[in-house]
Design a protein around this ligand. Sequence first.
Ligand SMILES: Cc1cc2nc3c(=O)[nH]c(=O)nc-3n(C[C@H](O)[C@H](O)[C@H](O)COP(=O)(O)O)c2cc1C
Length: 297
Amino acid sequence: MLKVDVAGLELSPPLVLASGILGVTAKIMARVSEHLGAITTKSVGARRREGYPNPVVCPLPYGLLNAMGLPNPGIDYFEEVIREFKKLSKKPIIVSVIGSDSPEYVSSRAEEAGADAIELNVSCPHAGGLLELGMDIEQVRRIVRDLKSILSIPLFVKLSPNIQDIGKLAETCEKAGADGITAINTVRAVKIDLLSKKPLFKSIYCGLSGAAIHPIAVRCVYEIYEKVSIPIIGVGGVVNWESAVELILAGASAVGIGTALTQDIAIAKEIASGILEYMRSEGFKSVSEMIGLAHKR
Ligand SMILES: Cc1cc2nc3c(=O)[nH]c(=O)nc-3n(C[C@H](O)[C@H](O)[C@H](O)COP(=O)(O)O)c2cc1C
């Protein structure tokens, strides 16, 4: 009942580990995958990247701020992580690739290593540059087209809520050949430290995630669904089954969970059984019957 096809990936339940959350070692990813339909890795680039100095996270009562600076071990190392994961888990592994760091090279190495799909990250709110925010539409279009010409696995593009018209950008990605859209990345924010009276993070900007951004994620998924026919992985502020169902009704084929899993990985199991309960009580036989229902007038 909880099985769903997302761009050829079979997800059961329709829940995905969001990028950057626990996705660093094969063992941890394999453990989390037990309760999810698929996992997305931390965004990877061609070379090892240190990220920003501490502090890189700041918990808030209603969410989490982070400015990690996309730290990652680089594809040379990560290739082994992908291979190891494939031995430990049967769940699909979506490898997130940094849009501004040789995405073609990294994606093809990831595919060779066994990745089931690629997620192109053009939406980091604190890494700097227009591409990171998905604001350079021409460049996003070109990268998607180039990636599609070399990949034989599905390509998702992860979009930012910080742009003017997320629906239009999703449409551009679909026309360039993307197989799916992931939305949303974190919401661009700034935190001021009261003692130093300066921005807390070295990068000044940071990204807000968790419960606070859920209505923004729902709005973005709703707008994207109106513009594209490729599947959407809805991410942002999913903390319980209700928030997951809301994203599905807005148009998501599957739901990504990030911040909530950093507190408790068992939450994925609770969310899956909550969705199932809801389906039973509302008379749905499959997840696909629920996708985008909020658009029916
Ligand atoms: C600590 C942290 C690190 C993240 N790293 C990445 C990343 O490397 N690549 C990416 O595309 N998104 C990254 N994200 C964004 C999440 O994948 C997700 O889009 C966002 O947190 C919203 O979902 P949530 O509210 O469930 O956390 C990160 C988020 C957090 C909190």
